[in-house]
Design a protein around this ligand. Structure first.
Ligand code: ADP
Ligand code: GLC
Length: 476
């Protein structure tokens, strides 16, 4: 079975958040299970691309976003990621460093999607499924079904996975001419609230859509940044499949980025040594419980609560806890965190920026990881934390509710709280500090967390089942 994944991110080529992790891992696990899954990304002028070799496998020209242009398809030559990786290159448009936030982003992603379809069409490739991730490839299911250019592809089943329904790829109706040769009588499929909405079009036109946790699927019908009604209407097409993690990349026993490798048996000592080194780097004492946050500093992650909650913890649990925050995002939150660091130099370390290696060292060193997310479609941080024996402290929402069981409940290993308020987070951290006093209990909880299996193995099977059902339904 041939499955083509379309995405803006894929670790280690291009990652901003969890989308990159998922698209870098799921196709690898699908290949291990016998599915020929490949990934097609826009070309990025980034480290991975600069340092590896690519063969040009196709060259052509097409028209999109109001322009006719040449494009090339490059293929990574060694298959080192465990799947075939293709990049769409367009000089001056898809040859840049950053993944998002260019003023002509609309042109970039429309051109990317049209090139992918043009390439599949002209080479007469016959993928069994095209799997689109988030809104950046959300117009593909519409184009396949409603552009005369791609009528030969119309019977290819499409799957759309929603990693984040907050961002929807909106464009004004004046941009409809950017889409080549479409049947304008079907333009209503592109519309949501009087603008072209790429994610809504994807949900309407795909054969099936998935969300990255079952709970998030339920939440979208009541909270999805304006698309609630759509998710209610299309509910029968939706399936919630929880993300997995790449246990080959995220393995404390072999992770080359951490100071001391460890497993469930050696976790107590191993984590201590990692913590010692990390705390030294941040100028903190290593004898106290270490509570951390890693992530985008935005409202979705509840990051605006951090400055107040950390400040309150440092007062309420004076001398009994240290914090480290790694992240970047809204300037106001960044500023408040920097000020917090200055006020509590010896208790709070803050690194504003993105640092993959540092994130691994933090997961390996920390005792507790906070996730006060307001919206969390799945969340991977809590899964990495658990794998590295770090107890997650989470707001019970989205995928966090599906993956973290409170330590007071049967089979539990984490700390959950229900109300998204700084005080609730402070109390949740307090529960962590209480259990930390009993090092035997802490050690048992660590072992329990590290024995859990959140690997992609299980979830990849659910995607395979979905693909098979689509292919069967299409054959009938
Ligand atoms: P989201 O995709 O919404 O940001 P996830 O929990 O799914 O959230 O995934 C976040 C991923 O990005 C994890 O791999 C996390 O470790 C990583 N990450 C987030 N912020 C940073 C950062 N500042 N530095 C390094 N890694 C980060
Ligand atoms: C999104 C979500 C996050 C999820 C990730 C991978 O960025 O915000 O919750 O884990 O995608 O699916």
């Amino acid at each position: 079975m041939d499955v083509i994944h379309l995405s803006a991110e894929c670790y280690p080529v291009a990652k901003v958040g969890g989308l990159g992790d998922v698209v870098g891992a799921l196709p690898k696990y699908l290949n291990q299970a016998g599915i020929n899954a490949s990934v097609v990304l826009p070309y990025y002028d980034r480290k991975f691309v600069q340092e590896n070799t690519f063969d040009t496998v196709f060259k052509s020209s097409t028209t999109a976003a109001g322009k006719t242009f040449n494009y090339s398809v490059l293929k990574e030559s060694t298959r080192q990621l465990g799947f075939d990786l293709f990049l769409i290159y367009i000089e001056g448009l898809l040859d840049r460093k950053e993944i998002y936030c260019y003023p002509d982003e609309i042109k970039q992603f429309i051109s990317y999607q049209v090139c992918v379809l043009d390439w599949i069409n002209k080479t007469k490739m016959k993928p069994d499924v095209i799997h689109c991730h988030d809104h950046h490839s959300g117009l593909v299911p519409f184009l396949i079904a409603n552009s005369s250019l791609f009528k030969d592809l119309a019977m290819i089943p499409t799957v759309c996975t929603i990693h984040n329904g907050q961002y929807q790829g909106w464009l004004g109706w004046d941009k409809v001419a950017y889409l080549p040769s479409i049947d304008l009588s079907k333009a209503g499929l592109l519309d949501w609230n009087n603008c072209i909405n790429s994610l809504a079009a994807s949900v309407k036109c795909c054969w099936k859509f998935t969300t990255v946790s079952p709970n998030y699927l339920k939440e979208l019908s009541v909270n999805s940044n304006g698309l609630e009604k759509l998710f209610q209407l299309e509910a029968r097409k939706g399936i919630g499949i929880i993300n997995g993690i790449d246990t080959q990349v995220w393995d404390p026993e072999t992770d080359p980025m951490i100071v001391k490798n460890f497993n469930a048996k050696t976790a107590d000592q191993g984590k201590k040594e990692n913590k010692k080194s990390l705390c030294k780097e941040f100028g903190l004492s290593d004898t106290k419980p270490l509570v951390v946050f890693i992530g985008r500093l935005v409202g979705e992650k509840g990051a605006e609560l951090l400055p107040l909650a950390i400040d309150s913890c440092l007062k309420k649990y004076k001398g009994k806890v240290n914090f480290i925050v790694l992240g970047s995002g809204e300037p106001e939150i960044e500023k408040e965190l920097e000020e917090l660091k200055l006020r509590h130099k010896k208790q709070c370390g803050v690194y504003i920026g993105y640092d993959e290696e540092l994130s691994h060292r933090i997961y390996a060193s920390a005792d507790f990881l906070m996730m006060p997310s307001r919206v969390e479609p799945c969340g991977l941080n809590q899964l990495y934390a658990v794998r590295y024996g770090t107890m997650p402290v989470v707001h019970r929402t989205g995928g966090l509710a599906d993956t973290v069981i409170d330590m007071d409940d049967s089979g539990g290993y984490g700390i959950t709280f229900n109300k998204l308020e700084a005080e609730e987070l402070v109390n949740a951290v307090g529960r962590g500090l209480e259990v930390y006093k009993d090092q035997n209990k802490m050690s048992d909880l660590r072992k329990k967390m590290m024995s859990l299996d959140f690997s992609w193995g299980r979830s990849a099977k659910e995607y395979i089942e979905l693909y098979k059902n689509l292919i069967i339904s299409h054959a009938v």
